[in-house]
Design a protein. Structure first.
Length: 83
């Protein structure tokens, strides 16, 4: 499985778009997404508040909005060479 984190907050329409992009990837069946609500943690709000949605990959690299499916796939490929 490919495990991603998506930093998000309630009412963020861009975050909803990011989730939809991930769910419709060709590899979607192999991806799990942990949606992290930044509003519950002051440090996360400070770190991500103006950058969300942000996808964090297993190598701890991040992809800030704006991004598209090709950007996500490229980052996944750099983490999982055997795909």
């Amino acid at each position: 499985m490919i495990e991603l984190q998506l930093f998000s907050t309630a009412g963020c329409h861009l975050c909803d778009l990011a989730v939809e992009q991930i769910k419709t990837l060709p590899l979607a069946a192999q991806i799990t997404v942990d949606v992290v609500e930044i509003g519950d943690d002051e440090m996360l709000v400070e770190q991500y508040g103006v950058r969300i949605p942000v996808i964090k990959f297993p190598d701890q690299s991040e992809l800030n909005w704006p991004f598209n499916q090709n950007d996500i796939l490229h980052k996944i490929a750099s983490n999982y060479v055997e795909l």
